[in-house]
Design a protein around this ligand. Structure first.
Ligand SMILES: CC(C)(COP(=O)(O)OP(=O)(O)OC[C@H]1O[C@@H](n2cnc3c(N)ncnc32)[C@H](O)[C@@H]1OP(=O)(O)O)[C@@H](O)C(=O)NCCC(=O)NCCS
Length: 170
């Protein structure tokens, strides 16, 4: 799998991504927008553990976002089970020095198309925390529809937050 976009490439993770992964993932501003299973601080051991878990996993659902020749972010889906087996949750993050250039808007749009083409999915959704306007904007620009506000859905960094539900369907 390789999606070559104007400003980034989405491709499988490699073991030699570890150092760049730590450099961009070890950032509280990234962590604050993600689930707590994303470590903070993000150590080289965390990177190796993550890479060991994704490399050779079948089917591959988690991918590297490469820009300027280095691993600077991640994007992936988690496919549902049982009656939700045709749905998937989308997640993504990008190193702070690359924010605001349209990279993730393009990445989310192209990766969602790829997922609809390559998995038996009828719905791909994302749940940004309500204070994450940049992520909500990315989803809107990538063709996701706003479906609602989930009140008190998230407890992050000691704060109770709403989350926003966005989806694209096929
Ligand atoms: C959210 C994130 C992926 C955005 O990636 P990005 O490549 O910088 O996004 P883009 O440049 O494609 O688009 C960002 C949009 O949000 C807007 N934006 C950025 N900060 C904003 C803010 N504080 N309020 C409102 N809009 C904001 C930008 O102006 C842009 O919209 P525009 O093109 O209409 O001007 C990136 O900031 C990130 O990784 N954050 C931490 C992790 C995260 O939030 N992951 C998503 C979890 S759901």
């Amino acid at each position: 799998m390789k999606l070559t976009l104007e400003q980034c490439t989405i491709r499988p993770w490699r073991r030699d991504d570890a150092e760049s992964l730590v450099r961009h993932a070890n950032n509280r501003k990234v962590w604050i927008a993600l689930r707590d299973h994303f470590p903070h601080p993000y150590t080289i051991e965390d990177a190796h553990t993550f890479l060991d878990s994704v490399i050779d996993s079948e089917p591959a659902t988690l991918f590297c976002v490469e820009a300027d020749g280095a691993a600077v972010g991640g994007i992936g889906i988690r496919i549902g089970a049982d009656v939700h087996r045709h749905t998937a949750e989308l997640g993504y993050w990008l190193g702070e020095e690359f924010w605001g250039r349209g990279i993730m808007t393009d990445g989310v749009a192209a990766f969602t198309d790829f997922c609809f083409e390559n998995f038996h999915l009828r719905r791909i959704y994302a749940e940004p925390f309500a204070n994450n306007r940049a992520s909500a904007r990315v989803l809107e620009k990538a063709g996701f529809a706003f479906e609602g506000r989930l009140k008190n859905n998230v407890l992050k960094d000691g704060k109770l937050l709403d989350s926003l539900l966005y989806a694209r369907t096929k």
